[in-house]
Ligand binder design. Structure first.
Ligand SMILES: Nc1nc2c(ncn2[C@@H]2O[C@H](COP(=O)(O)OP(=O)(O)OP(=O)(O)O)[C@@H](O)[C@H]2O)c(=O)[nH]1
Length: 859
């Protein structure tokens, strides 16, 4: 026997426990409080009582329904139990929320099959229809009536109640929604409508509970189930026919149909979501879109976006998040995020890691850096016992070279660079060849801006610094001041308790050089520099040029392994076989071991400074070179697209930026680097220098075409345009400038930039007039004025000043003397002035005339 708690019944009928207790009392059923249990009879009594209340005036829809249904109900069923059915539920409850209410009323609430079983379907609308039927509406009902076989169909249902398809079977209709509706499954909103022709609100109340999780489904599962059970356990009067076997089936059916019902609802998404696999870990690349990430984690994109918002990042669904962000997000969702290793780049040759036991000592590679004119070249000269400075055009270091010197029987390699620019340019290409940086500081000049830059570059490259305090022979030499200044940049000399070696030298007098070299060896020893000489060579291109007689010539610093004549090598897009090798002393050599700078002949093309040189088998070299050439081409296309006319126009429109595009061609790579660095370093607030292309060799036709496409000028350094290039340049009106001294090129570019600068204007006051009479004419207000000083011209701009405050600024519309238009009126004369779009002129106002004059910009 089923038991019900009073509060449960109260809840079911949306009333208070007290009301339930009262009703029970009237039926002589004792219930003390809301927790009291009552039996099935009590429930029936409650149900009947509420059923009787169906005609509550405040529920017209229910009333209509009741009217409609009362008769058939009486005919077919025990009036008290069924007629009132549906309407009753709704009315009674006013509390529509749940299915179970139906059940209670009918003693078999929610199961459709049950309804049918109980009494040939009492509360079901289908039943109503069958019973009598209200012809006019609800075709399905009518159908039923006209085809009584529907009934059996219900029965069939019961016998196979369990599932939706059963419904379909009933009707021989497919399982889709519309079919349900037509069939009349009560629980569907549309059904209610059809059945009852109820006003719309009714179906809503009736249907909502059924479909929504907020209704019946909201309740604790157990409660629902218990009701199902209760129903099934109901007294035979309800379940006369099927109380046995079909009930359980009904229950299942009900549950399933509930599920089905839910599917199309909003719950569907939730259910689907719930079904989405939620992996414990995912793999992603460097970045991923929010949408993809959500998909991989089995989450809704909205969830991910929300989480990102909470983390302080606003993104859209198609925006990308980086790996780190994805990792954090993964953590939030309990998903481990792993990185997919980057795909192998076919243009890269993987570096071979050497075994520790194969490594042997190698000489240090040293770069000399410092402020201009502090004596870098002189120091290198002094070290090498040569004199380069005086031979160079313009007196500036233009070439990058590498040289080996011996000290105490040990080798040291020096890279000759024009300051730190080339050093950073090499680094920018990923080439880190320097082991030790020598910072040259002139003892008489001290720390200068480039000294600081050099310090910072060396520090960021994590290269130890040895300071060479040069020009110690100069009368003004003050090494202590230099040390003091360097200490301010965290370079504390050893004799002050720091760890920076500072060696006083004189490049001119060649003093202190040995000590400096010893210090280099000392630091090198601490660095424990090693390499494996017994493997194929790996090195870096220090410099490359196209030699007329010898073809492409590259200066290579071998860093690992040994480079030999006949080795197949690849550097950048160039590959070939080593034909000949020449060391820094001009000697032909057959092999070059680690830390040996060597000129290499044999590459088919001129590589770039900073390119990695690898000795490898010929087939691989060729294949990789081809891929690199293809990639370079694509990159160049991309780059030239960047400087398209569209972009240029856009930038001009934006107002502030103009690009001075330049194609640089030079005889050696070192010159290119020096030029590039200097040109790009030209800073100007309105014009930006952009090197569109830079290469070694003569200026050719394709350079001109590139310049034409990107609106560039061409700078040739120690190279000339060939015949075709000259013709093309004439046709395309491309400006080709040839230089032999870098400074000249830079000066010219600076001048060109000055020419390109947007003209600056300054205001020039022409004169002032006082308004002495205001004359209003139909089209304007004329200010009868007297010129106090200077003059007023008809083309001038004017500003109207009242009590020292500028009231208006604009154009002068007309300037007249005695009704005649005049071009200007001088001091001491009277005139009539009208100001464009301005009428508020008053006596005593001052009219100031001025013009904007262009100022020649300074470079
Ligand atoms: N008295 C004296 N003059 C020196 C010494 N070292 C260099 N100089 C002079 O300083 C000037 C600049 O020397 P460079 O070696 O060209 O200096 P740099 O740092 O290489 O200059 P850039 O290549 O232009 O950056 C030259 O006139 C040298 O003769 C030195 O030890 N003593």
């Amino acid at each position: 026997m089923s038991k019900y708690r009073v509060y449960e019944l109260a809840k079911e009928y949306s009333t208070t426990s007290k009301v339930i207790i009262d009703i029970l009392g009237r039926h002589e059923i004792t219930a003390k409080n809301h927790m009291s249990s009552v039996d099935e009879d009590a429930k029936v009594a409650i149900e009947r009582t509420f059923a009787r209340k169906t005609g509550a005036p405040e529920q017209p829809a229910a009333k209509a329904e009741q009217r409609e249904m009362s008769q058939p109900a009486k005919e077919v069923h025990t009036p008290s139990q069924q007629p009132q059915n549906r309407p009753t539920y709704n009315n009674q409850q006013q509390q529509p929320q749940n299915r179970p209410a139906y059940n209670n009323q009918q003693q078999q609430p929610q199961n459709r099959p049950t309804y049918n079983n109980q009494q040939q379907q009492p509360q079901n609308r289908p039943t109503y229809n069958n019973q009598q039927q209200p012809p006019q509406n609800r075709p399905p009902y009518n159908n039923q009536q006209q085809q009584p076989q529907n009934r059996p169909a219900y029965n069939n249902q019961q016998q196979q109640p369990q599932n939706r398809p059963a419904y379909n079977n009933q009707q021989q209709q497919p399982q889709n929604r519309p079919a349900y509706n037509n069939q009349q499954q009560p629980q569907n909103r549309p059904n209610y409508n059809n059945q009852q022709n109820r006003p719309p609100q009714r179906p809503q109340t009736a249907a909502q509970p059924q479909n929504r999780p907020g209704g019946a489904d909201n309740r604790p599962q157990g409660q629902q189930n218990s009701q199902f059970q209760n129903n099934n356990r109901r007294p035979p009067n309800n379940n006369t026919r099927n109380s046995g076997g079909s009930s359980p089936g009904n229950r299942n059916s009900q549950q399933r149909s509930n599920q089905h019902r839910n599917q199309p609802n909003r719950n569907q998404a939730a259910q689907v979501k719930a079904e989405m696999p939620k992996p414990k870990s995912i793999k992603i690349g460097e970045s991923i879109t929010v949408k993809e990430l959500a998909g991989k984690m089995g989450r809704e994109a909205g969830e991910v976006i929300k989480k990102l918002m909470m983390l302080g990042t606003m993104v859209s669904i198609n925006q990308e998040v980086d790996f780190d962000t994805a990792t954090i997000l993964g953590g939030e969702f309990g998903v481990a995020v792993e990185a997919i290793p980057p795909e192998e780049d076919p243009t890269e040759i993987p570096e071979i890691e050497d075994d520790e036991k194969d490594l042997v000592y190698r000489p240090p590679v040293v770069t000399v850096m410092g402020h201009v004119d502090h004596g870098k070249t002189s120091l290198l000269d002094s070290i090498r016992q040569t004199h380069v400075t005086s031979q160079e055009a313009g007196g500036i270091t233009q070439h990058i070279g590498a040289y080996q010197v011996m000290c105490q029987g040990k080798k040291i390699v020096f890279l000759d660079t024009p300051g730190h620019e080339a050093f950073t340019a090499m680094r920018a290409r990923g080439a880190q060849v320097t082991d030790i940086a020598i910072l040259v500081v002139a003892a008489d000049d001290g720390v200068m801006p480039q000294t600081i830059e050099a310090i910072n570059h060396a520090k960021s490259a994590k290269v130890p610094i040895i300071v060479a305090i040069n020009k110690m022979d100069r009368p003004g030499a003050n090494p202590d001041r230099v040390k003091q200044q360097l200490a301010e940049h965290q370079l504390i000399p050893e004799d002050w308790g720091g760890d920076t070696i500072m060696a006083p030298v004189s490049a001119h007098q060649k003093t202190g050089i040995n000590e400096l070299l010893e210090m280099i060896l000392l630091v090198a020893e601490m660095l424990d520099l090693k390499a494996n000489p017994n493997r194929l060579a790996y090195g870096t291109i220090i410099e490359a040029k196209l030699d007329k007689g010898r073809g492409p010539v590259s200066t290579v610093l071998v860093q690992k392994g040994t480079l030999r004549i006949g080795d197949t090598i690849i550097a950048g897009t160039a590959y070939g076989k080593v034909r000949a090798m020449v060391n820094d002393r001009g000697e032909k050599i057959k092999k070059a071991e680690p830390a040996t700078p060597v000129e290499v002949l044999g590459l088919a093309d001129v590589p770039q400074a900073g390119d990695t040189l690898v000795a490898i088998d010929e087939r691989t070299a060729r294949a990789v070179a081809e891929k690199r050439v293809a990639k370079k081409r694509t990159d160049e296309i991309k780059q030239s697209q960047k400087v398209s006319l569209d972009d240029l126009f856009k930038q001009i429109q934006e107002g502030s930026i103009k690009d001075l595009n330049i194609v640089v061609k030079a005889d050696v790579q070192g010159s290119i680097e020096a030029l590039r660095q200097s040109l790009v370093a030209i800073k100007n607030k309105e014009v930006r220098v952009n090197i569109v292309h830079a290469g070694v060799g003569a200026i050719n036709e394709s350079d001109v075409m590139l310049a034409a496409a990107s609106n560039a000028l061409i700078i040739g350094f120690n190279v000339r345009p060939d015949g075709n290039a000259r013709k093309a340049a004439d046709n395309e009106k491309i400006d080709i400038r040839n230089y032999r001294v870098i400074y000249d090129a830079i000066n010219d570019v600076e001048a060109a930039i000055t020419g390109m600068l947007a003209p600056e204007f300054k205001e020039v006051i022409l004169g002032r007039a006082e308004v002495r009479q205001v004359i209003s004419i139909p089209k304007a207000v004329v200010a009868g004025s007297y010129i106090l000083e200077g003059k007023i011209t008809s083309t001038a701009q004017v500003r109207l000043i009242r009590d020292s405050i500028v009231i208006h600024e604009g154009k002068l519309e007309s300037l007249r003397r005695f009704k005649d238009d005049v071009k200007e009126v001088a001091q001491g004369y009277e005139c009539g002035i009208t100001v464009e779009k301005f009428r508020d002129v008053k006596e005593g106002d001052i009219i100031e005339a001025f013009i904007m004059e262009q100022v020649t910009p300074k470079g």
